[in-house]
Design a protein. Sequence first.
Length: 522
Amino acid sequence: MSDTSPETSCPPIADPNASLRTVIGEALQIALPAVVTMMSFTVMQYVDKLIVKEISTDAVAAVGNGGIAAFVPASIMMGVLSVVNTYVSQNLGAGRPERGAAYAWNGLWLAMAAWLLVLVPYGMLLPDILGGMRSLILDDPTQAPPAMLAMEIAYGRILVFGMLFTICARGLSHYFYGMHKPWVVMISAIVGNAVNIWLCWAMVLGHMGFPEMGVAGAGYSTVIGGVIEVSIPLAVLLSPKWNRLYQTRSAWRPSRRHVKDLLRIGWPAGLMWGNEIVCWWIFMSGLITKFDEGREVAVNNAAGWIVLQYMHLSFMPAVGLSIAVTAIVGKCVGMGRHDLAVRRTWFWLVVTMGYMGLCALVFVLFGEPLTAVFVKDQAIETAAGQVLSEARASEVRHEIIALGAKLLVLAALFQLFDAVAITLSGALRGAGDTIWPGIITVVSSWSLIVVGGWSMVTYWPELGSYGPWAMAALYIIVLSMALLWRFVHGGWKRIEVVRLAEEGHGPAEFGFSFQASESEMQ
């Protein structure tokens, strides 16, 4: 089925003489919904932390620790499913949009298998996994605030067991991004997160007839939001109109070939996404927690999660832009227009750097008031449940605010580099170039975030949590320069995804190939 009919048309990104206004208008049809979707998810997390801060400062840290622990295994599957965008967009560019539905369905089957075989056992073992990780880093893991530990286990387990809906929602979102129909994803994300925010307020604090459930309420509300977020795109996929245009209902059966296609170039993306989450998990829940050993309140961990929350407000819209770049580059490559893929990538890199540069300026100018938003004004409880004296509580609040403000300045230093890394990783993924970025991400993240951060904790503890954060900043700088070199070098232009995915042979077993000869193409 060709995509030349009005119903299947998409932005004419192949026009090399298009004006800047036209290019922006075309791309925003994909980019704006992606950005709004990512921003919606980040706002949900922001509001969740604002709500649980009413419980205690430790609750803010617990939600952060439990949430990232839950996303460790889920992020691997989300990375694999991100290449659904690649296959769907390249088939769209090649004039075969109906072939994309099979990748969406087999992404869902992969998600269900991963949830049952990996996530459910992981959730059951979560206390042991968290304890084992911390035992390698902390002198005495039990010295971390016990109230925080109990809350993060409760919150993390709920998210893990309900993660199936979130993973499936992400997989379907990449199908609609690849089809250049991202408004479906945006609507589902906004509705799902609106419900999540309302339920979080009601279930955490005990409003609207709900019992006061604490951080567990935040977990349950997130899962319910995920159910809604996957239901809307699934309903569209199964709708009569979508089935008439793209044969979506007949593609539901599990297909070994399509699963292999997803895994061929998806495993490096899964490795890249999952590995980075693991490293940040060790960083936040292990290395930074080291500086809170024996303290009554998790000052460093709380300040770190506050800073990371504002970093999310900076880089998650950039991730939305990178998803759009993946779809745009994929379609250009599918049409054989690598020159346009380069031009569109540079354009959106400038846009992303402009946004994240503005965020960096805000971090520097307003660090203290931004941090203070998450610090409870009322009395502060210790890990043992005792209320700090008014004088000591004031000291703790000022300590968290001062630390958070300084860390935001440090975060500001690498925002432009992060923009480069995020945008170019999306462009390379659109071309099917996932192995090299995956390897360089694994090597640099473990070398700098984990080993470098551990070295700072072990040999330069007098630097406090600034030491590990400096290594995290160095990681982003190194990764951005490596991805820039890869994109400029142009090896991604020799990769063919769609043709080898259809034939199912050759070097695609390793996730890449060189261009076929003229005789092979015939």
